[in-house]
Ligand binder design. Structure first.
Ligand SMILES: [Ca+2]
Length: 68
């Protein structure tokens, strides 16, 4: 489940694939971005449907065991 969140966070234009540019931009924000950019990236990680809200279901699914 967490991998799904990460994929969506890097796939910024939501076309179902991570291009090299998506990957570099994501890493750049995480490594060299301002605190606001990092927080915005982290929020978008959990805002799966990009409606500006993190739902209770999404936050609860992050706590569930992964099955390993
Ligand atoms: Ca949402």
């Amino acid at each position: 489940m967490y991998a799904h969140f990460l994929f969506n966070a890097f796939d910024s234009d939501r076309h179902g694939a991570i291009r090299f540019e998506d990957f570099v931009v994501g890493l750049s924000v995480l490594l060299r971005g301002s605190i606001h950019e990092k927080l915005n990236w982290a929020f978008n990680l959990y805002d799966i449907n990009k409606d500006g809200y993190i739902t209770k279901e999404v936050s609860l699914s992050c706590k569930e065991p992964s099955g390993f």
